[in-house]
Design a protein around this ligand. Sequence first.
Ligand code: HEM
Length: 403
Amino acid sequence: MTEQNTTETPRQFPIRRECPFSQPAAYAALRTDEPVARVTLPTGKQAWILTRYDDVRSVLADPSISADARHENLPALGLGEREAAAKSRPFIRTDPPEHTRYRRMLQAEFTVKRVKSMRPGIQSTVDRLIDEMEAAGPTADYVPAFANAVSTSTVLELAGVPTADLEFFRDVTRISGGRNSSEQEVTAALGNMFRMLGELVDRRTTDPGEDLLSKLVVNHLLTGEADRQEVLSTIGITIIAGRETTTNMIALGTLLLLERPELLAALRADPSRVPDTVEELLRVLSIADSIPLRVATRDMDVSGTRIPAGDGIIALLGAANTDPEVFGAPDEIDLSRAGRHHMAFGYGIHQCIGQNLARLELEIALGTIIRRLPDLRLAVPLAELDFKHDAATFGLESMPVDW
Ligand code: HEM
């Protein structure tokens, strides 16, 4: 068993990516030399990071691991993130039986059948946005004009929230997911969102529709099974988790394709390869690398290291998804590999509830943009792009393009 040397200052985490399309180079060295490594977080707290696929998977599947934000040591990377989550209790940061109850409320809305039924709506949103870009072009900022607009419209449509103000939700996420945001800033941003959603809850109580918010109100709030705050936090985390991640994947995925003309040409020649490409992009980019935050509730031995009960653990999805023991030549986009066992959507009881919807959005967004704007290119050098190194999920704020 490795004993922890308490006199040494552990390395700082998060570790920045050197290349936007690859995980930090340090992950490979850690995986070999120190697969369970002690780190210091921006909050000043310490935690363990895991870099091996098998360790990430077994820890995330372990029923004795906790994701409850009320644990002081939940290893949040944002300054006010844990404290704000301990108050607003998004179910991503809760444990069973509480977590199970919330998750069941949503499950019916995320079945394969329900998600499939969203295809025509997503396709028409994507087509409309490309029409608008073309009409205003031939230049655009791809993030607000396309990536954010596709993902936010889709999740708001599902939730039953008017889609008029896409930027409102972008701002909420920018603050609530920003690593430098204080507890007060996060709480205020979430408060604005809950106020806005609260008015909709009142309206759905008397005039329900077919959307997710209406279902939560009719089937859970009005039956007394859930209270108002629970409905608000469930719908709120679904919107936040669903829009920022997918925005980042659409933008960063497009950017990677633009940098690989041979891959782009292969996809144009055979669009049936788009779904496989989406899987590989999800794996290689792993934009939600450090989203799974956990606390050990008992002493655990992981790859020969003792993690004491009460310590924080970050199960690094990007590190797991580029473990060469599982994915040979891990940084390569290889459409021939059966990529579905990657963990870009996490693993275990918190595994992404929106993954089928995310796949569908990516498939439609990337497939359509490749077909309709064959001359799409970056309008500035790659080195001038501003990547979100300090956000909960990795991506871009802005991506000037022309065609
Ligand atoms: C490419 C896009 C996406 C990625 C990479 C992603 C990634 C993830 C990951 C890694 C988790 C697990 C977190 C953990 O274990 O702590 C998660 C959970 C979650 N995701 Fe996603 N997600 C995406 C899209 C979506 C969409 C479109 C929605 C909904 C519309 C969504 C809603 C959620 C929710 C509600 C949870 C919490 C589940 C739970 O705790 O049981 N996500 N996501």
